[in-house]
Design a protein around this ligand. Structure first.
Ligand SMILES: Cc1cc2nc3c(=O)[nH]c(=O)nc-3n(C[C@H](O)[C@H](O)[C@H](O)COP(=O)(O)OP(=O)(O)OC[C@H]3O[C@@H](n4cnc5c(N)ncnc54)[C@H](O)[C@@H]3O)c2cc1C
Length: 502
């Protein structure tokens, strides 16, 4: 456990995941003294990798969209000044994402590039040519009108869009007829974690736009991004203190929080404190400061997004073929994502397979992560247990899921019989390692008409950002960090300073 060197900072940032690292780095660049705190032993949050069977596995950064030069992820790396530290490993643009629907059976590719994707789907679903053209134009239009997504343009606030107030479900049912096409459009729900009847068309479009542009990962995975963010933050003067969480706030005056009380008992004074942790945990911390009943009700209505049961395997034997790690494969046992994303459904769950090439020079074998959709209800019987102290029936649950995933893999990839499983992680594993309330993958569900905690909170010296604030995923967490700092340091100063970023 590290201990803060001072007892007062301009800004305390709580949570050193993507959002916390991004915000702390930018605040320090604006001349603020910054303490970045995390309960975990090292910074990175869900970006951190782990090693099993000689291979490295990612926790929460398997792939992203918008990674190519000029696209949003690449642009944000430029604004943060870390683009040159990182190497993008793009997936094959012609393959894109590969979806296999088993009932009704259909294999649908989503090649990268919005024009290419649109033409490909129009060829597959010729009767819905016009609706498909409308859909791709709508993705572009939402991205263009969302602050920060139209890369290179000044940040002009546009507020909520009409598309924020309609559900994806209503758009699918109004515009499209073919159930497989509706399923194909809905499948990006795996990347934001909310079903079509609940997510707004705008939230869907913001995520889907990025995944239609491009896809890929970074050499070194999430660790590479976490390390370069942490190093840049430290160079900018951020003090990173790990193994030490925020436990509570002392009472302050004038509707402000007092000192931050850490898990080691230290009391740290601050001008402003930014919380990049789950909204339910924010509500717990704010409780003794008496936020209004309306605020409590608002946060109490948030629901967790989907999570994953993850199986991690290494490939034994000969090197896999040239198609390995060129794309992400997903298998869906149906096309109705409202049914697939209902915890009570009796169907098999969607499965996403991510391949990672080995490095013969470093002796690292090729590996796969297979992520099966999961819900808090699946692991509710063991919710009170802790990592490494779980009972036999929990281990049996994981063994059963692994066996089912192994069988399904045979339908998806040619090397299934060569996979040696080296570990599994349930939502409880993610909950306990990531210090989140239930181990959901993307924080809270993105619901029509419901907006996450972002920016200034009702306690005036407290702010919120993170994956649940604006957009889920690593890209969304980075954006939330950027925009909250813009609010904290002042829009004009921020825009002037970052305008020249490549
Ligand atoms: C299995 C899985 C797979 C995923 N795959 C992808 C993917 O391929 N691509 C993608 O873009 N996204 C993916 N995601 C989502 C992505 O990882 C997250 O959206 C993103 O990393 C969240 O960043 P964050 O900074 O908001 O939160 P986190 O990374 O969760 O960071 C929050 C930090 O706060 C700390 N903390 C909590 N409470 C306290 C406290 N009281 N005091 C101090 N510290 C505290 C935690 O220890 C944690 O480090 C995945 C997530 C999961 C779980």
């Amino acid at each position: 456990m590290s201990v803060p060197r001072r007892n007062r900072y301009d800004d305390v940032v709580v949570g050193a995941g993507t959002a916390g690292l991004t915000s702390a780095l930018l605040l320090a660049r604006f001349g603020r003294s910054v303490l970045l705190l995390d309960k975990a032993p090292a910074p990175g949050g869900a970006l951190r990798r782990f090693r099993r069977g000689g291979a490295f596995f990612d926790t929460g950064f398997h792939f992203s969209g918008s990674l190519l030069p000029g696209e949003l992820f690449d642009h944000l790396l430029g604004v943060l000044g870390i683009r040159d530290d990182l190497t993008v490993v793009p997936y094959d643009a012609a393959c894109g994402h590969r979806f296999l629907f088993t009932d009704p059976r259909a294999e649908i590719d989503v090649p990268f590039g919005l024009d290419r994707g649109c033409a490909h789907w129009q060829a597959l679903f010729p009767k819905e040519k016009d609706a498909i053209a409308w859909y791709f134009e709508a993705l572009r239009s939402v991205a263009k009108r969302t602050m920060g997504m139209d890369v290179g343009r000044p940040l002009a606030p546009v507020g909520m869009l009409d598309e924020d107030f309609v559900s994806l479900r209503s758009v699918l049912d109004d515009r499209f007829r073919d159930p497989v096409l509706k399923g194909t459009i809905s499948a990006f729900a795996m990347c934001y974690g909310s079903p079509p009847s609940c997510v707004s068309f705008a939230a869907h479009a913001r995520v889907a736009y990025g995944f239609h542009q491009s896809g890929g990962t970074l050499a070194g995975g999430g660790d590479a991004l976490a390390d370069s963010l942490a190093k840049a933050a430290e160079r900018a003067g951020v003090e990173i203190c790990c193994g030490c969480g925020l436990a509570s706030f002392a009472q302050g005056k004038d509707k402000q929080a007092g000192e931050a009380i850490l898990s080691n008992g230290a009391a740290i004074g601050f001008d402003r404190c930014l919380l990049t942790i789950d909204p339910a945990m924010i509500l717990d911390l704010l409780g003794p400061l008496h936020p209004s009943p309306a605020f409590r009700e608002r946060v109490g209505a948030f629901e967790p997004s989907i999570g994953f049961l993850a199986a991690y395997g290494v490939l034994d034997g000969a090197a896999p073929g040239p198609d390995f790690a060129r794309s992400v494969y997903s298998e869906f046992p149906g096309v109705d994502f409202d049914a697939l994303m209902d915890p009570a459904t009796a169907q098999e769950r969607p499965l996403v397979v991510i391949e990672v090439p080995g490095d013969p020079a470093a002796g690292t074998p090729p590996s796969i992560s297979a992520l099966e959709m999961s819900f808090a209800q699946d692991v509710a019987p063991w919710a009170q247990t802790k990592v490494r102290q779980r009972p036999a029936d929990y281990l049996e649950y994981k063994r059963t899921r692994l066996e089912a995933i192994g069988k399904r893999l045979g339908r998806l990839v040619p090397y299934a019989d060569r996979v040696r499983w080296v570990d599994t992680a349930s939502m409880l594993t993610f909950r306990d390692y990531l210090n989140s309330p239930c181990g959901s993958a993307y924080g809270i569900k993105q619901k029509v008409g419901q907006f996450g905690l972002f920016g200034r909170l009702p306690i005036r010296n407290l702010y919120a950002a993170g994956q649940s604030a604006l957009l889920p995923g690593v890209l969304g967490a980075m954006m939330s960090g950027l925009f909250v700092v813009r609010q904290m340091v002042g829009k004009e100063v921020f825009d002037e300073t970052t305008a020249g970023a490549r």
